[in-house]
Design a protein around this ligand. Sequence first.
Ligand code: ZN
Length: 264
Amino acid sequence: MPEVKDRVGESPIIGVVYAVRRYAASEYRYVGITTKTVGIRSRQHLKSARAGRKTPFCDWIRAHDSESEEVYFEPVELVAGDRLVDLGLAEQRWIAKLRAEGHRLLNLSDGGLGPRGYVWTEAQRAAAGQRSRGRTRPDIGSGSDHPSWGTRRSDEQRAKWSVQRKGMNAGERNPNFGKFGPEHPKFGHRMSEESKARLSEMRKGELNPNFGKSASAETRTRMSIARKGKKMPSSRRSAHTRYHSNKDVFKDTCAYCVEDRQNT
Ligand SMILES: [Zn+2]
């Protein structure tokens, strides 16, 4: 579909489609859209769930956003388009696609951006229902079948977005700025071992954004200044003693841990 690709290359990003699941599970339970960041939108969802909002999705969040589990808002598509309805259409596609694949979505609707706050009459709903009966939604496909597969936004466009987003969550603009202890939404939060392992796998070796890079001389100088006066272990061996042996921690990336294990 070359037309779609060209359009994606030129149009601005109008929002993001996100899908929500338990961190440790692959089944999606909700699809949503936002014109802000997924981070901001997820905090709003968590907040309204904690405030006791009664929707199937909020009930589900309350059941799974706990110390031992984590609810994960995963961005699934950056939507480019000329009109906001394109974002709603993208949401509809994702809801249809995931439902067709068997994901038990808790969305109350099939998605899409109607005029906000407009309440349909029973007659209108019945008529729309009648019209949609038997209508099938296009399967947009995933991976190489996805319309955006292999497309790349122009350098100019990327630079524009980069400037737009720069500092969005920095300093006082960060929603958690100045929140410490119980004030902070993540206070007392513990990730499950499973989630930690999964995150770790995602960031190992070549998958790590810093893979193969080394800091510039200037950065190294800044890091060095920042460390001045801070107590650091004098060797790998003493770091191992302090942070592993004494705390009963085993790291397979630490030569001394491995050595200790072999000797016991
Ligand atoms: Zn160690």
